[in-house]
Design a protein around this ligand. Sequence first.
Ligand code: PEP
Ligand code: MN
Length: 338
Amino acid sequence: MIIVMKSHAAPKEIEDVVKRVEELGYKIHLSRGEARTIIGVIGADEHLIANSTFEVMDGVERTMRVMQPYKMASRDFSASDTVIEVGGVPIGCKRIVVMAGPCSVESREMILETAHLVKAAGATVLRGGAFKPRSSPYSFQGLGEEGLKYLAEAREQTGLPIITEVMSTDDVELVGEYTDIFQVGARNMQNYSLLKVLGKQRKPVFLKRGMSGTIQELLMSAEYILAGGNMQVMLCERGIRTYETATRNTFDINAIPVLKEQSHLPVVADPSHGTGMWQYVAPVAKAAVAAGADALMIEVHPNPARAWSDGAQSLTPERFAKLMADLRLIAAAVGREI
Ligand code: PEP
Ligand code: MN
């Protein structure tokens, strides 16, 4: 349930409503917009809603039930866009954040080299997988903790915050010792045990859409993390599985404006996994920026032909630098910056 305060309600009026909600045993999420404050009542049941007397309290304009199965992820819940701050980089603002790096951390030298190259081209977050969700058990599974150490060294050298995937509840603690952002991969979007554990963490979570997940299911998965108390969640469109076989996945461009409308959480586009082929990454990245994405995740490899995973969709550092230059023009055309 949501309590919408009158525009310019007095601080004392807001305080009284918050107190009343807390007396009833509910937690609140306060969202102070430019004009008005919205008080989200977490976990409010039918009984509270039916018997609510909030509307007669001073300063209250109206109360609303949130009809969607996701509440805290809903746009209704927060008047303003959520901004997530990672190592000095705000995600969800005018400036579009580019997270770039290899699919997998392959060696110390390789991640350090890539980190410097993507930073020089303008990326502000370094990506790299140390625990890899591979379709075949015989494919390279990632360097594990060794990879995390190399990522941390790359962060030290470049100042770029890092994002890396956590695949299992068993690894949350270990990955959390190194990473700035936890990535939840497409295959784990509905791993509710993992989402619940991440809801208890104090670091941002980057949640990828499952390959056959609907937008609503993505938002419900985000809700698991939010409901656990972690409000720092980003939503990522990374392509879905359709009948089309010309590309690895079908990037759902619609998801970007739909998510921006339905939720206050930052929206990220991953055109690398969304297309699976390097030559389509740049056009789809540009389309995603034009469609309103707050951030991009792009795979870059110093030598894609020799990549241990996802070489076909990885940009060379030169192609990445060219893309960054092109993206600046697109961003400016839609009132954003890169
Ligand atoms: C990745 O980011 O390398 C990855 C495995 O992505 P996804 O979960 O979207 O397949
Ligand atoms: Mn990959």
